[in-house]
Design a protein around this ligand. Structure first.
Ligand code: ATP
Length: 621
């Protein structure tokens, strides 16, 4: 299997080299599994620290990939943390990275990553993991859960040369990968992102990270494994495949991490995870630690998760299980199905150029909205399960580098993705599950930054109404008129917000039976008597709102706002002129066989990236 389908072969790698302006993209256009990582060559100084590799250091820790902490970073301190241990274990949190018992190389990497203070989940997970406990941890989106497991896990392995995987000897062609750390993630994009974090934190160490994930050519993944693999990130399907082919053995795994653990234990993934954990050669002699992380953990999944954890595991919660961050301004607009497109276009026209992620419910819906917006002149691309992996990776690169700052996505992009300066998440189609809502909107407002999430709501979304109101109230967000009838349910309901879960006994987290109960209530609540779509919302906000007439008012580049949809295109070609507007390029960047409005879109987005963002000032409130 080459990993390319016929369509991709036709598009052909040869063709996209025709675009000299995209040289930078081309260089990055390789399978994520091939990205450079530190290659340990047995050369280290008297302190056991290996030499620097400046090019790699710039790539891993450079500005381009760095998500700056936001003005609300310090607010993390106010969030209530709860640590429950079946064995009554007391955990003393660290207050600084210096104070933690971490390897010198890890401390240097933390500094390179510009992490000054640990986030709450890190303050607790570092001592919990280094004191050899299994852990189930639940903390808000964007609060640093990846580093919360990578830092303590990897640090313990650094400097232990006898543990590092043997590197292939000259003449030895086949070598089974025997990782010490196995990290499972539910999506390919998330797996490659975690791999990137592994590349950062294993820098200058002898631990070699690899990633295996579906949809991509397996050959380069196999080759990388054969060069030595200590830290393996994987999606379950491809891992199972490689296990069956005898390319990987899990007999040396010391740390098993389930990222987005609640998703990994849901239907669709659970069997695969069980088969990996229970029916492979995964070590099970009591020495392995199992760690689970997510922003959401429904009660039913908490119960399931215990099958995989040692008896004395610790349950760490930062804030309410399943809660979201108050740094996101959440807006819910009443929009009938047939008015969604117009409403969306109006919103996009009114906002300053900003990286925007639009969620839809189906793959076809994503394609069709992408096509529609593109024809209106918006620089869009899309990501969903029917696109080839090559297209998916390219779409993400285009979104990240600002070439296509509007990404239309299905739920494949809902969890875990950490993309710098996503300023606006739009739920064009609201999801059915509140947990998915929490993950979707969590793509903005990361590490103390602010963000905006706008959701289109209509009677098709009644199932989520009650829980949505709960989230809005909990975060002190405005509850729109058409949802106010659900507020009564909340007032009678004893929810205590941050840190409310009582995980070792029965919990007051929102369990599924509760959800069903609520959903039935929701349907009742939708009787015509209770449900009145307000006219103001049905119409949508006025176009050309007088509150916001020029982008320059908010410090954005001086570009007159277009007055009608079809002017957006000319506005872009005028304001952000592009030499490529009329050229017919082949698809090479996830933008579906068509030219994008041009390079210059990058600059406003990138410039803006550095500016403070005040979502409350956005005009369609
Ligand atoms: N202590 C820290 N100081 C500054 N930045 C940090 C710190 N820890 C993590 N970050 C950064 O915060 C961002 C979000 O981290 P991460 O993706 O791990 O969040 P998460 O909690 O896993 O979110 P999600 O629930 O959406 O998966 C990353 O860009 C990461 O580099």
């Amino acid at each position: 299997m080459s990993g390319f389908n016929n369509k991709e072969k036709r598009a052909g790698a040869g063709k996209w080299v025709q675009r000299p302006d995209q040289q930078a993209d081309l260089e990055k256009r390789q399978w994520a599994a091939l990205r450079r990582r530190y290659e340990w060559k047995d050369s280290y100084d008297e302190n056991g620290v290996a030499p620097r590799d400046e090019d790699l250091e710039n790539e891993l820790f450079g500005e381009e990939n760095h998500v700056h902490t936001g003005i609300n970073f310090a607010k993390y301190e106010e969030i209530k943390v709860s640590v429950k241990s079946a064995e009554g274990e007391q955990i003393k949190p660290i207050t600084s990275f210096d104070e933690a018992d971490l390897h010198k190389v890890m401390k240097e990497n933390i500094e390179l990553a510009k992490y000054k203070v640990p986030t709450p989940v890190q303050k607790y997970s570092i001592p919990i993991i280094t004191s050899k406990h299994d852990l189930m941890a639940c903390a808000q989106t964007g609060s640093g859960k990846t580093a919360a497991f990578l830092i303590p896990v990897l640090s313990q392995l650094f400097g232990r040369k006898n543990l590092a995987a043997p590197r292939p000897q000259p003449g030895v062609r086949k070598m089974k990968a025997e990782p010490l750390v196995l990290i499972l993630a539910p999506s390919r994009e998330l797996a490659t992102q975690i791999f990137d974090e592994c590349r950062k934190f294993t820098y200058r160490s002898m631990m070699r990270p690899c990633v295996v994930y579906g949809g991509a050519d397996p050959a380069p993944q196999r080759d990388q494994l054969a060069r030595g693999c200590d830290v393996l990130t994987a999606t379950p399907g491809r891992l199972r495949d490689f296990l069956d082919r005898g390319l990987i053995s899990l007999r040396r795994v010391k740390f098993l991490v389930l990222d987005e653990a609640d998703r990994m234990l849901e239907m669709g993934f659970e069997d695969e995870v069980r088969s990996i954990v229970q029916k492979s050669d995964l070590i099970d002699d009591g020495t392995r630690q199992t760690l689970m992380f997510s922003a959401t953990f429904p009660r039913r999944i908490q119960d399931l998760a215990r099958d995989f954890l040692a008896k004395g595991y610790i349950f760490l919660t930062v804030g309410r299980v399943g809660g979201t961050t108050s740094d996101i301004t959440q807006k819910i607009l009443y929009v009938e199905e047939e008015k969604k497109r117009n409403q969306l276009v109006e919103m996009l026209l009114k906002q300053p150029p900003s990286r925007t992620l639009i969620f839809v419910k189906s793959k076809r819906g994503a394609d069709s909205l992408d096509e529609y917006l593109y024809k209106q002149g918006f620089p869009t691309t899309s990501i969903h399960g029917d696109r080839t992996q090559r297209e998916r990776e390219d779409a993400l690169i285009s979104f990240k580098n600002g070439r296509a700052p509007i990404l239309i996505a299905t739920s494949v992009a809902a969890r875990g993705l950490d993309i710098k300066n996503v300023m606006h998440v739009i739920n064009y189609d609201l999801c059915d599950q509140i947990d998915e809502y929490v993950h979707r909107i969590g793509r903005t407002a990361r590490v103390g930054n602010k963000g905006l999430a706008t959701s289109f709501y209509n009677e098709n979304n009644a199932d989520i109404a009650c829980e949505l109101v709960r989230i809005l109230m909990e975060c002190n967000q405005e509850v729109p008129d058409f949802l106010q009838s659900y507020m009564g349910d909340m007032i009678n309901d004893d929810y205590t917000g941050a840190g409310a879960s009582n995980v070792y006994g029965r919990s007051n987290t929102w369990d599924d039976s509760n959800n069903n109960h609520r959903n039935n209530q929701n349907r009742d609540a939708l009787s015509p008597r209770r449900f009145q779509p307000p006219n103001s919302y049905a119409q949508g906000p006025p176009i050309n709102s007088p509150q916001f007439t020029s982008q320059s008012e908010r410090g954005f580049p001086v570009v007159n706002l277009p007055k009608a949809n079809n002017q957006y295109h000319s506005e872009i070609s005028h304001g952000y002129s592009s030499p490529h507007m009329n050229q017919n390029f082949n698809s090479d960047d996830g933008s579906r066989n068509r030219p994008l409005p041009g390079n210059n879109w990058e600059s406003p987005v990138q410039q803006e990236a550095q500016k403070p963002w005040d979502p409350t000032a956005v005009p369609w409130k």
